[in-house]
Design a binder for this molecule. Structure first.
Ligand SMILES: *Cc1c(COP(=O)(O)O)cnc(C)c1O
Length: 412
């Protein structure tokens, strides 16, 4: 199935009754079984079925199955947020004393999470993205995973996933990729060698900013060993299913960050237009970035679709159907950045990406507020930087909004 067919039809789980065109919302915390033995078998993982929504729910399963098909993995687990998906992705295999090697250009919330993990004895070494020598230098005998984002938010560097996966595997390590900014419409990291992919489905997958959620998909290729990952314990006997089985039966179940059935339903509605929206948003972003770059020599535009982007070549090679829908602008000063943001009439001042509406933010004073100066610099966050998440509006209205705001900014 091709992408726009798959978002509508892939991974049907058979829960649609009475010919419904959408999966019903199973708004129920618990599910009755016909016998005590039936319930016992579900608890022992010896029979499929549902018992309690914190562990699994049919509407949530329908969402997970669709994502599994779109990302090309073996199974998915959905979470109450993207951050919960990332946290669980790590805690499923790490223990105190382990280290993570991560690209330095990450979403601010993830950088904050790495700091929180220090209290549990899990240390993260940040390195310049796509710098093979830097990754090699940072890896040691304590390293247990490599982490990067497909398109760094808000640096907009594009990770060479195939190369990073090869490097990780040459050290016997799994590669976990955050695919939020690209979505499976632009690239499927598992096909390029990544082992686990996480998406904050609060963004493009949901598409309307109607629910917070996250989802993790396992490619099922990594060879987990008990020696290197003792917390997997007996689960290694499940082979390719070891990681996802421990997640479902243990870490996800016990940490309790489950997705509500209502929010899974909102995601299933949103995902139907993921391809259409991304196509339009990527085209709008390309157009807006080119027009501002052409008309405004005082503004430095960063967008992977522009030939001036240092990541244009990787983006062209790796991303299908577009270059993403986020662009950033360096305005010259924090004051100018604030004025530009305040003068925009259409673009909403919001800390979010992936909405149908165009959103704008000053990352340094918001999403990267808790990062150190060094972390900000390494993540491409500057005082004069404005990030734009481009929506599906008519391009003429968007370019006019930015034209008048930039003019007002220059007058101040
Ligand atoms: C938003 C975002 C997250 C966090 O997701 P939430 O759903 O807000 O918890 C993680 N990574 C990236 C790249 C994001 O943009």
């Amino acid at each position: 199935m091709n992408f726009n067919t798959a978002v509508l039809h892939a991974g049907k789980s058979g829960i649609e009754k009475y010919g419904a065109t959408l999966p019903p919302v199973y708004q129920s915390s618990a599910f009755e079984q016909e016998s005590a033995d039936g319930l016992a078998k579900i608890f022992e993982n010896k029979a499929p079925g549902y018992c309690y929504t914190r562990v699994a729910n049919p509407t949530v399963t329908a969402f997970e199955n669709r994502i599994t098909k779109l990302e090309g993995g073996i199974a998915s687990v959905a979470f109450s947020s993207g951050m919960a998906a990332i946290t669980n992705a790590f805690l499923n295999i790490l223990q105190s004393g382990n280290e993570i090697v991560a690209s330095a250009s990450l979403y601010g919330g993830t950088i904050d999470l790495f700091r929180d993990l220090e209290a549990f004895g899990i240390h993260t070494v940040f390195v310049k993205n796509n710098d093979r020598a830097a990754f090699e230098n940072a890896i040691n005998e304590k390293t247990r995973l490599i982490f990067a984002e497909t398109i760094g938010n808000p640096c907009l560097d594009v990770t060479d996933i195939r190369k990073l996966a090869e490097l990780a595997h040459s050290h016997g390590l799994p590669l976990i990729i955050d695919n939020t900014t690209a979505t499976p419409y632009l690239v499927r990291p598992l096909e390029l060698g990544a082992d686990i992919v996480v998406n904050s489905s609060s963004k493009y997958i949901n598409g309307n900013s109607s629910a917070i959620s996250g989802v993790l998909t396992d490619g099922g290729h990594f060879q987990w060993t008990r020696e290197k990952y003792p917390v997997l314990g007996d689960y290694v006997k499940y082979g390719p299913m070891a990681y996802i089985t421990r997640m479902r039966a243990s870490v996800f179940r016990n940490m309790g960050a489950c997705l509500s059935p209502q929010n899974a339903f909102l995601n299933l509605l949103g995902i139907e237009t993921l391809g259409l929206r991304m196509e339009r948003q990527c085209r709008n972003a390309m157009e807006l970035a080119s027009r501002i770059q052409e008309a405004c020599p005082d503004i430095t535009v960063n967008y992977p679709g522009l030939t001036t982007s240092p990541w244009h070549e990787i983006a062209g090679r790796q991303l299908e159907n577009g270059y993403g829908a986020i662009l950033t602008m360096r305005t010259g000063s924090k004051q100018k950045a604030f004025t530009l943001i305040d003068q925009l009439k259409l673009a909403l001042k919001i800390s979010n990406i992936g909405d149908t509406k165009t959103l704008v933010i000053h990352p340094s004073s918001t999403i990267s507020l808790h990062s150190s100066e060094t972390q900000k610099r390494e993540a491409g966050v500057y005082e004069d930087l404005v990030r734009v998440s481009v929506g599906i509006e008519d391009i003429e209205d968007l370019t006019e909004d930015f034209r008048q705001a930039i003019e007002m900014m220059r007058r101040q």
